[in-house]
Design a protein around this ligand. Sequence first.
Ligand code: AVJ
Ligand code: FE
Length: 447
Amino acid sequence: TVPYDPEVLRARALETLLAARARTTGLTGCVDEDDLTAQHSPLMSPLVWDLAHIGNQEEQWLLRAVGGRDAIRPDIDPLYDAFEHPRAARPSLPLLSPAEARAYVAEVRGRALDVLEASPLRGTGLLDGGFAFGMIAQHEQQHDETMLITHQLRRGPAALTAPEPPPAPGDAALLPPEVLVPGGPFVMGTDTEPWALDNERPAHRRNVPAFFLDTLPVTNAAYARFLEDGGYDDPRWWTEAGWEHVRRHGLYAPRFWSRAGGQWLRDRFGVTEPVPPEEPVLHVCWYEADAYARWAGRRLPTEAEWEKAARHDPATGRSRRYPWGDADPGPQHANLGQRHLRPAPAGAYPEGASPLGVRQLMGDVWEWTASDFLPHPGFRAFPYREYSEVFFGGDYKVLRGGSFAVDGVACRGTFRNWDHPVRRQIFSGFRTARDASPRADGGEVTA
Ligand code: AVJ
Ligand code: FE
């Protein structure tokens, strides 16, 4: 059982479920019916599919599995099963209409809150620490990020506005370009986060030799130098599969970039603007991130290196929940929850720095790592194989940290995301690393 007060977790479950629904309502309420049911890209579902899928998962887990209630709409389960129908096929299914989907998710939610009220949040399994409620709040927030990607792909006038302008870049120019992460073991993964998903578990020791990591994510200005140096035309920088991919699809710059009047422009949620040089590069695939790193004489960090940089406190030897410590994310720590509707400039959020001074590990852009998506040693699928297990060993690379579109409930030092190496409609960027000489590990013991 988790070392948290069940009543604190009950309040947090309620708060995070309500916050997720407010965001879902915003993302589906700012466009008309046609926009909700249209396919904006074959890569994405219609928004109305995500909406009803959110409700259907909530019905299955909170009403049926936890609450032991009868099904409201067992007939629609197959329509909203992500494994039954590929995204491109979903617009032609007999989906609930926007009005029906709204009524359905509201009815499910009303009953889910009754179940929350009535459930003891201790013991083992789905109820321990309110896990099922945290899982469903995270699931809704993950689909909110998916819907924001659909909004990015949607054509037409802007439908979304940023709640707040982004912060200033701060002291970026004064920071050392890279930090040395000393070698030795650290604890990767977790046994104690009540709402950590199955792929983040269990905690285990990993030895990570000394390495250097970029203090900041790679910026648009840095990435543009790779373009100007002919990076996309030079097979030396690309893996074989990456070169094949850029040639076949004619890639020449990050997705949503275009060239006009001698400068790079980008489309962002229906507005075209000059590419902001100081912002972390966004909408690059793994192949592009990997090629840039090789061009720069560097490499992508492994997933273990990334997590060590984000969590390991050299002063205590402990792994923190977040780079800044154990406190839940606050607005001073990281750019989350689509607050700025864009990444913040590199160097922002100094209060979110890791013990070694690495910035913006959480929020802003998902960071591609060198690693394939694999289970931690001792992994057990929970509560369903289709969340993580069926993806292990597939054609997926791990992304860490979370983008500006991730909510704090789905953001942790241990949180793992994954996608195909060709994907770039997602809010993906990266930072680079290099090996340190063996002497740089400070003589720490190795596991
Ligand atoms: C963890 C983001 C890869 O969107 O496919 C949502 C999350 N799983 N519903 C995805 C998820 C089931 C998942 N990712
Ligand atoms: Fe889902």
